[in-house]
Design a binder for this molecule. Structure first.
Ligand SMILES: Nc1ncnc2c1ncn2[C@@H]1O[C@H](COP(=O)(O)OP(=O)(O)OP(=O)(O)O)[C@@H](O)[C@H]1O
Length: 582
């Protein structure tokens, strides 16, 4: 029984003798106990009190006429429920231990002891609630508040006298009360994060209170973690500041590679990096061409780092995203009172902000025609006026422009000025699309996996083979930005720290399926038209083709091919030898 309950043993009477019906007469005449317990069945007894016993002895009344003292047995380790059932239906309860009777209760004596037990438990219960110093609240099945600790008073600034006995919904919005949901669903919560107020963060544990399988209330225990939440926020901010400072420091440090954030080791990518390195020293204008998301801004940044020390500004401007009317003031700035609605103190333009650094003109093909004239003038003369200004200013910055459009075609269509085109097109570098350097997919995918696993605090460390095959087989119209987004999605949806092919967008899964059904296991003619071969032969052929394909994709890089195939490098060599792949 419950260890908190007072001991019932002192209610146990031990002045008794136990006998059987057969030996009753013999006992009645020879024994002198105040109580005689006659065992009728293994758990049924007849208890004869002193009075009945003397009468029975004197007048030899048969046992079956003394039924009002029928008693049932309990075992000393029985539960309260058993005890409750037994005391309801008899005046005596016989207590047994290890098969032997050790005494009996008079059920009439139990009531005062149960009352005492209740008082006892209540004293413990009140003290436990107050000692925990936690925010504990309990509602009954009518949603009325039945427990409200001092911790709850402090956290919510609601006094016990105000809330006890009243529906909790009078004090909190219904949709914020988890214990109401518990009354309906019976579902428990553990360490659920909750923000009951703008400035308050708590972790909640909630449980339904059940009796005889029915929910009769709900208990919530809340732990105030506002301080920890604030510390975590400060820590995250500090981490961001450190990252930012680290970037600044490494930019100033000549020994740090400006191309460190450009991942990929394909020949095509390395060629592009080499080209950029060559133009690095000369401050000539550079035009970066390439499809959307191939990394033009990343390369522009790397070129800037190569040319300048960390303190020099890199100012990007997206020529496709600024309304025509604001373009001039954005690029050249404006003076006090230049136009209504502007900053009354005036404002610097991007050319001025980029002083001694780099102005990156992204989406240059989208530059409005009248701005093309103005930009051309600055590039030719190296000077400009701010809007409403009379003082000539110098454009002291490097220019890098970028576009994913065919600029030459735009010139032919009359949408882009030819003279500006030639001004910008002094050094042109084209960044290859991802589909032309599919071997970079492995490295980039792992880099993004590492980044997002850290961001979302997951321990995903590997990309399953079938996911990697699907990524390699896809044609990547959105290039690296698209790949990055997809890895982020896979990490977010990962279960048990494992990326799943099912979380890939359908177009990527389908490309994998398509290739899987045709190229990978393939012959030129459909499978059903091929002559039957032995299973062993078919498996060898399939393995041969799969390995060849992986080698082709990785430009014969055995490490990467083995990774795609999900086998060790040694196994790859052995298989190649067995299958006659040179
Ligand atoms: N080689 C690379 N290594 C790592 N990340 C890369 C690489 N190339 C591009 N990225 C990432 O891909 C995303 C798109 O790159 P970026 O914005 O430089 O492309 P863009 O060509 O300028 O795109 P847009 O044409 O749309 O302006 C960025 O998150 C960038 O960090």
């Amino acid at each position: 029984m419950n260890h908190l309950l007072p001991d019932f043993n002192d209610l146990l009477h031990t002045d008794f003798v136990v006998t059987t019906e057969e030996r009753w007469n013999e006992s009645a005449h020879s024994q002198r106990f105040s109580v005689v317990i006659v065992q009728q069945q293994p758990s049924q007894f007849l208890v004869l009190s002193h009075r009945n016993y003397s009468m029975a002895q004197k007048y030899c009344i048969p046992i079956n006429e003394l039924t009002e003292f029928r008693a049932y047995c309990i075992h000393s380790d029985d539960t309260w429920t058993t005890l409750e059932e037994k005391i309801k239906c008899c005046d005596y309860v016989v207590v047994m231990r290890d098969g032997a009777v050790i005494g009996y209760f008079k059920t009439s004596e139990l009531a005062s002891r149960v009352l005492q037990a209740y008082t006892y438990l209540k004293a413990y219960y009140d003290t436990i609630l107050e000692t925990t110093d936690s925010t504990i609240s309990v509602i009954d099945k009518n949603m009325d508040t039945v427990v409200w600790t001092s911790g709850a008073e402090r956290l919510y600034s609601i006094k016990k006298e105000e809330i006890l006995g009243k529906p909790m919904t009078q004090f909190f919005p219904e949709n914020r009360l988890d214990n109401l949901k518990i009354l309906n669903t019976g579902k428990q919560f553990y360490h659920k994060q909750h923000q009951p107020r703008e400035d308050l963060f708590v972790l909640i544990n909630s449980n339904p209170v059940k009796l005889d399988g029915k929910i009769i209330g709900a208990v919530s225990c809340e732990q105030d973690v506002t301080y920890q939440a604030q510390l975590t926020k400060k820590l995250t901010n500090a981490k961001e500041t450190i990252n930012h400072l680290q970037k600044q420091v490494s930019r100033m440090d000549r020994s740090v590679d400006p191309f460190r954030s450009i991942k990929g080791s394909s020949g095509a990518l390395q060629n592009t990096i080499d080209q950029i390195k060559q133009v690095g020293a000369a401050k000539a204008k550079v035009l970066l061409l390439g499809e959307s998301g191939v990394g033009k801004e990343l390369f522009a940044n790397a070129l800037h780092d190569l040319r300048t020390l960390g303190a020099a500004p890199f100012i990007p401007i997206n020529c496709g995203a600024i309304p025509d009317a604001l373009f001039e003031s954005e690029l050249f700035g404006y003076e006090k009172g230049a136009f209504s609605g502007a900053n009354p103190l005036g404002s610097k333009g991007k050319f001025e902000l980029a002083k001694d650094g780099t102005l990156f003109l992204d989406e240059i093909a989208e530059l409005p025609p009248e701005m093309q004239v103005k930009l051309l003038r600055v590039l030719q003369e190296g000077t400009f006026y701010s809007v409403g200004g009379t003082k000539l200013k110098h454009a002291d910055c490097s220019i890098i422009a970028a576009t994913n459009k065919n600029l030459k075609e735009r010139v032919h269509q009359g949408k882009f000025r030819e003279d500006l085109y030639y001004r910008l097109n002094i050094i042109t570098i084209t960044i290859p699309p991802l589909r032309e350097r599919s071997e970079d997919i492995i490295e980039l995918s792992h880099q993004f996996l590492y980044e997002f696993a850290e961001k979302y605090r997951r321990s995903c460390t590997r990309i399953p083979k079938e996911v990697m095959m699907a990524l390699i087989d896809y044609s990547w119209p959105g290039n690296i930005r698209e790949l990055r987004n997809i890895i982020e999605r896979l990490v977010v949806f990962s279960r048990d720290e494992t990326l799943s092919v099912d979380d890939l967008p359908v177009q990527i899964r389908e490309s994998n399926h398509r290739i899987g059904m045709t190229e990978r296991f393939s012959h030129n003619q459909p499978f059903e038209n091929q002559p039957p071969v032995s299973l062993d032969h078919a498996m060898k052929e399939c393995q041969q083709q799969t390995i060849k394909k992986a080698l082709e994709h990785t430009h014969e890089n055995k490490n990467k091919a083995a990774e795609i195939l999900g086998i060790s490098r040694t196994t790859l060599y052995n298989k190649m030898h067995q299958l006659g792949i040179s």
